[in-house]
Every structure is written in structure tokens, then in C-alpha cells.
Design a protein around this ligand. Sequence first.
Ligand code: 5GP
Ligand code: MN
Length: 342
Amino acid sequence: MNFPVDTITLFKSLISRSKKVLVTTHYNPDGDAVGASLALYHFLVKFGHQVDLIIPNDLPSFLKWMPGSEKLLIYNDNPETCNEIIHNAEVIFCLDFNALSRVRYYSDELSKATGFKVLIDHHLQPSDEFDLSLSEIKVSSTSELVYQLVSELSYEHLIDKPIAECLVVGIMTDTGSFSYSCDTPETFRIMASLIEKGAGIERIHRLVYDTYSESRMRLLGHCLSRRLKVIHELNTAYIWLSKDDLTEFNYQPGDTEGVVNYALSIENVSLAALFTERDDRIRISLRSKGNFSVNEFARLHFNGGGHRNAAGADSFVSLKETLDLFENIIAGYREQLNNNSF
Ligand code: 5GP
Ligand code: MN
């Protein structure tokens, strides 16, 4: 990808002199959020910067092996220290999210912070809260964008094994192990180069996907056998989980990652959703095939957002009311859902 020349010049000058730098990412950080952030962290450290990494809440256990994960500061665990870092940072890199509200707990702090805010992201509709925006919705992942940026800056030679591994995690998880958002040869050229840098794909895949706890696997079984509803006439399938379900299966953060994709895997299903009951909200994960935009759907009906085929949102009424509301809303999309081509 060709970045605007002035963006590259600005980037070069930003990283040229040692500074206090903050790298941060979105609430419930996923593989791409953590992968891109840790990769940028390792890269900036090579330039002698004093780099801090803040994530809003803990990362799922299947990402804890990642190189540098011990450096991650969890905002929730220590808000005072994190606020100090936020306010002292000269440059703030915001990775894998498109609006400050997505960090949830410290959006106001970020908004008040005087550091130069740089967005590196691939979500639709980036907000204008940043001083420099590197937003490219066509790439598979923010991790791919970080690779492209490093390459445009002519620093590809600085990508070592830890950076390569972090970037592979981001690209692998945001493409669902290369099953969507990856019909681009460039993604695979980058993967080839990351393998050359020492990232072992088999090993990383095993660490990310083959480390289910028994209770996580049984929770998946429960979702598919008892909590899946298929509405054939609307080409829609959804799964719901109550707080009691989560308790029964000893839910840990990350345990429902990927569950919504099983609903989408059903033949003819164009729209899939997962509803998870939390203490203060119902978390909604949406996925679609083809032209049906769950980004628009989430924005319009649940104040959420994301990508065309993967989005998230929250609902603040009960689980039952949320499911009824969802069924009512999708009835209005009958034509679109029945004529969706994929
Ligand atoms: P997930 O269902 O995996 O939580 O999220 C799917 C995609 O939508 C991710 O790319 C995520 O960053 C984005 N996303 C999730 N929740 C929200 C939300 O509440 N608002 C916006 N704008 N994007 C979201
Ligand atoms: Mn991403």
C-alpha cells in the first residue's frame, strides 16, 4: 500500500527522537489488538523510546504466551498509574479501534491527554479525535497495517522473530485462520515474509487455537446443542448465553471467542449473532456473509459497529428483551437476508 508521503515523513520525525510513548488498544483486546500493539511496542523500543502499553482489561489466556505480554499494563488493575502514563505521554498510538470510546474506561483521559494521537486501524468510520490517522479498511488486520507501515518506513529489516510472531497472531486471528478478509495476495506475501523472519505458523496456530480448557470446549457444546436458534426463513442463526450458563461452565475471558462463527457456518445463514449476558449489559457479537452489513446493523440498532462482516454492540435491556428486539428487527430485513449473495 502507498501511504501519503507526508504521513511517512511525519512518522519518521515522530519516532526519530527518544520520547515517552504510549501504545493502547480497545476493550476486550483480541489477537489483532494485542498482536499489533506488542509488535509496535517491540519496534519502538528499538528506537530507544520509553514505551508503555496499556490495555483496558485483561487479555484472554490463549494470548498470554505472546512475546512481551508481561509488559502489558491493565488499566482496570491500576487506573492511577495508567492515568499518569496517559497524561505524560508525548505520543499516543491508538491501535485497532476507530473511536476513543472503544477503550471504555479511559476515553475521557485519552481525550484530555495532550500527547500527539496517532490512529492505526482498519475499522470503518474512524472518528476525528486523532492528530494523525492511518486508517485503511481494506487490510485484513491492524497487524497487517503495522507491517506495511514499518515496510514503508524502510525498517523491514528491524522485524525480528518476536515482532513477526505478534503480527502473525493478529493476521491469523482477524482472518479466522485465513478464512475471511484475506482474498488479497499482499496478506500472504506478508505472511511469507513473517515466516522468513522466524514465525512458526504451526506453533502459533496451536498456541492460539488448540489450548481450550475442558470447560471452554463443553461451553461450546452447550452453545451448539442447547442455545442455538436457527430462523431458516430469515437465513439467520443466533446463540444466547445467560449469566447462569457462564457460571455453570466456569467462563473465563476469551471462552466465547469464535462461538458466533459456528452459527454463521450453517448452510444459507447470512446473519449470525451471539448474545452474552454480562453484569451490566448484553454483549452482542454479529457476523455476516456477503453484502449484508453488520456494521450498519449494529450502528443503527444497537449503537455498535465494526466491519461489514464482523461487528459488535451492547444492549442495555434484559437478555429476553434483547432477543425479542433482535427478532423483531431482523424481520424487517427479510428481503435483504433472503437475497443476500455470498
Ligand atoms: P467482536 O464480535 O469480536 O467483539 O467484534 C467484532 C468486530 O467489531 C471487531 O473488529 C471489533 O473491534 C468491532 N466492535 C466490537 N464491538 C464494537 C462496538 O461496540 N463498537 C464498535 N464501533 N466496534 C465494535
Ligand atoms: Mn482488528
